[in-house]
Design a protein around this ligand. Sequence first.
Ligand SMILES: Cc1cc2nc3c(=O)[nH]c(=O)nc-3n(C[C@H](O)[C@H](O)[C@H](O)COP(=O)(O)O)c2cc1C
Length: 292
Amino acid sequence: MAAPAQKRVLLIIGGGIAAYKSLSLIRLLRTAGVGVRVVLTDAAKEFVTPLSAGALSNDKVYSDLFDLNDEAEMGHIALSRSADLVVVAPATANMMAKLATGLADDLASTLLLATDKRVMMAPAMNVRMWHHGATQRNVVTLNGDGVIMVGPEEGDMACGEFGLGRMAEPETIFKAVMAQLNPRMGALNGKHVLMTAGPTFEPLDPVRGITNRSSGKQGYAIAEALAGEGAKVTLISGPVSLATPEGVARVDVRTALEMFDAVHAHLPADAFIGVAAVSDWRAQTVAADKQK
Ligand SMILES: Cc1cc2nc3c(=O)[nH]c(=O)nc-3n(C[C@H](O)[C@H](O)[C@H](O)COP(=O)(O)O)c2cc1C
């Protein structure tokens, strides 16, 4: 019996501070037997070296659209189709904007337009860049075009700010990639289910806020069961301390308005399940200093 063909990922690394985490992603994928071919943007080379990416992927690293040797060896169109899945991690605001508008002015953006494979993006950027209207419009467009979003997550950022925009951890992206490469056969194959779970947190000042005791456990259990049936599940989650179920794309939010925006950004969906305990209240103005 012939051995099953090796699954392959084309990993595009964008120029963000989280690029170093993508080296761990290469390792995780290679350890799982997945072939990884890396494309670095010019900006990405400021953060990680082609040498590291090449050594970890055990393959040539591509970067230049107009490299005659690369074109002779494997044209950019062939390169764009040489994998089962195209993963962009970190996906910069710039790269998301380029794909949303169809710009192709370097190797990475040209591959993203030329590919006939699914594209998965792990956005990573400063919280204000993520919440900017332009980025949010691009997320809606990319979702509509069938791009699978993994993250971003909420947390402390390299720039010293806190909020949404941190790249999903390599393990989370790895699980999403593996779920995409090996779709489970189930009753919900090919269906996109959009869910909310957990509480929301409405700030009153930099320290205090209104929240509730929702653990998120019920929503997470439902998300896991749906993914087990083969659904593509996007879980918009309030602040909880639960692990992301395997194969589920999780987007962390804090407030009800962030949850509202994230739900809209991830439409269309075949079904929506709202399990979150959304706050009934929010402060008209959030005090700049701790209230005593
Ligand atoms: C130190 C530093 C960190 C950066 N981090 C990010 C980031 O996390 N996300 C992002 O979207 N842009 C980030 N940028 C800006 C991008 O590098 C810039 O938009 C670049 O044009 C992206 O190119 P690319 O999308 O082709 O990789 C950063 C820039 C610098 C100087």
